[in-house]
Design a protein around this ligand. Structure first.
Ligand code: HEM
Length: 492
């Protein structure tokens, strides 16, 4: 073990007990705690970690408490680990604060192995079937967007030119898509039970990753501390559990095995089929379903709605690009019908602009932590079993060896000379390898339909005299844009 540690990747010298923890992660939540608006991109942990690569190299190590963490930076290194060594680098670490919430069940934080594989395969296939079958996604997404557009117009008029904060509307529309898929029901954005649960889910994870509760990872007993965020975390956990258990019980009582309404029904049917077939070791249980529902809500809402918000922010900051996207939509879709996912191939500039915004903003900048499931040699270093591995996706999207002028917003980099879309291997907002995002297709569809529908219907601009918000964003659960408001003028 000592020999292994002698050959781990280089890195800054750790402090006793806390390791390098303070210098890397604490500034983020300390600043948020005291309500300071970040002035520099330094608050983005991914940027912080990328800068350290200039000192220690693209594979370097640090310690969170006594836990060894290896940070992977740049396209070559991230691809090498996740694509060429998937059997070693596809596990998830035991992060005490998160394990308390997830019990290592569901998909996102489940250990790499046969149970995770079966659950992921089933959920992935079920989500895909919704795109084609009677629970077709496109009308579901467009229905939500019709509400967003109507509400936006109303709020815009009421604001008298001060601008509208679109985030709650977009968040609600995106959540409703997930809700329809998983729970077969939509909720109004003013539905207090639903929005409370959504807020609780985001808050719960935010506490785990970005508050003093991260100290639970070093001192797990703090979870039982009777004050502050520790107490709040336990309360949040209890409220979410009660809500989801109620929903599953209702599905079980009204289940019609010949007419599944949503993913929950399909899961229950699969579970019963396995029970009927006498599969005793089946991992399909109501308990597992509970964690899967939580996973899909968490993984599928904040990520997608923040991607839409980043897109709108770039459009108001670059009105010339907004004009070009709208000209393309007018030419291909016109103004008299809704855009369809089938239009995607005919809107290369729009698609390139979405990709360029995703490249620059990376809403899940450090992916979800991976773990080495066995001791391995990687690029000349020893990575001991159990090492936490952070693939820095942000650094891949700013890697000067694969992107020209990486900090510049330039959608044309995704187009060839004939203005056809270029697929680039180093564009990986959804990650790569075995743990690649399970909702990638759904997210792409939502993103495309949302931005094309909104830009077809409205011209977006910042309120008169309002300064553009800083472009570095806020790092909470995902990387979100700093709050901003927009004014809209109808085009349709
Ligand atoms: C995992 C990005 C939307 C479900 C991930 C990962 C990233 C990501 C970077 C981690 C990959 C890794 O650990 O290496 C995004 C982005 C989205 C988005 C940028 C929107 C623009 C969604 C949606 C869903 C979803 C809509 C579900 C309905 C998941 C799941 C995982 C995951 C279940 C865990 C996969 C596993 O561990 O096997 N996503 N995601 N995501 N995402 Fe997404």
């Amino acid at each position: 073990k000592r020999r292994d540690l002698a050959n781990i990747p280089p890195g800054p010298k750790p402090w006793p007990v806390v390791g390098n923890f303070g210098g890397f992660f604490i500034p983020t939540f300390v600043q948020r705690r005291f309500g300071q608006q970040a002035e520099s991109t330094d608050v983005n942990a991914a940027v912080n970690l990328m800068k350290k690569a200039e000192v220690y190299g693209n594979v370097y190590s640090l310690f969170v408490g006594s836990q060894l963490v290896v940070v992977l930076n740049g396209y070559e290194v991230v691809k090498d680990a996740l694509s060429n060594h998937p059997e070693v680098f596809s596990d998830r670490p035991i992060i005490p604060a998160i394990t308390i919430m997830t019990k290592r069940k569901g998909i996102v934080f489940a250990p790499y192995g046969p149970v995770w594989r079966k659950q992921r395969k089933f959920c992935h296939a079920t989500l895909r079937s919704f795109g084609l079958g009677k629970l077709s996604l496109e009308p579901c997404i467009l229905k939500g967007l019709a509400t967003v557009k109507a509400e936006l117009l109303r709020m815009n008029e009421e604001s008298g030119g001060a601008g509208v904060d679109l985030a709650p509307l977009i968040n609600n529309a995106v959540s409703n898509v997930i809700c329809s898929l998983i729970l077969g029901q939509r909720f109004h954005h003013e539905d207090s039970e639903f929005s409370t649960v959504l807020d609780l889910m985001v808050r719960g994870l935010e506490i785990c990753v970005n508050s003093p509760a991260v100290l639970i990872n070093i001192f797990p007993l703090l979870y039982h501390f009777p004050f502050g965020v520790f107490k709040e975390l336990r309360q949040v956990e209890g409220d979410i559990t009660a809500f989801l258990k109620r929903i599953i019980a209702k599905h079980r009582e009204t289940l019609d095995r010949d007419n599944p309404r949503d993913l929950t029904d399909m899961y229950l049917i699969e579970m019963l089929a396995k029970q009927d077939a006498g599969e005793e070791d089946s991992s399909f249980t109501e308990d597992y379903l509970f964690y899967i529902i939580g996973d899909l809500f968490i993984a599928g809402t904040d990520t997608t709605s923040n991607s839409v918000m980043w897109f709108l922010l770039y459009m108001v900051s670059h009105p010339d690009i907004q004009d070009m996207v709208q000209a393309e939509i007018d030419e291909v879709v016109g103004r008299d019908r809704d855009p369809s996912f089938n239009d995607k191939g005919s809107l290369p500039f729009t698609e390139a602009t979405i990709m360029e915004v995703q490249r620059l903003t990376v809403v899940v900048p450090l992916a979800i932590p991976h773990m080495a499931s066995e001791r391995t040699e990687f690029r000349g270093y020893t990575i001991p079993k159990g090492t936490v591995v952070l693939p820095n996706l942000w650094s891949v999207h700013r890697d000067p060896t694969v992107w020209d002028d990486p900090d510049r917003f330039n959608p044309a980099r995704f187009l060839d000379d004939e203005r056809k879309l270029l697929r680039k291997e180093c564009f990986i907002p959804f990650g790569i390898g075995r743990r690649v995002c399970m909702g990638e297709q759904l997210a792409k569809m939502e993103l495309f339909l949302t931005v094309t529908s909104l830009l077809q219907a409205f011209k977006f601009r910042l309120p008169e005299g309002a300064p553009p918000p800083p472009m570095h964003g806020r790092f909470g659960l995902t990387l979100a844009p700093c709050p901003f408001t927009v004014c809209v003028s109808p085009r349709r």
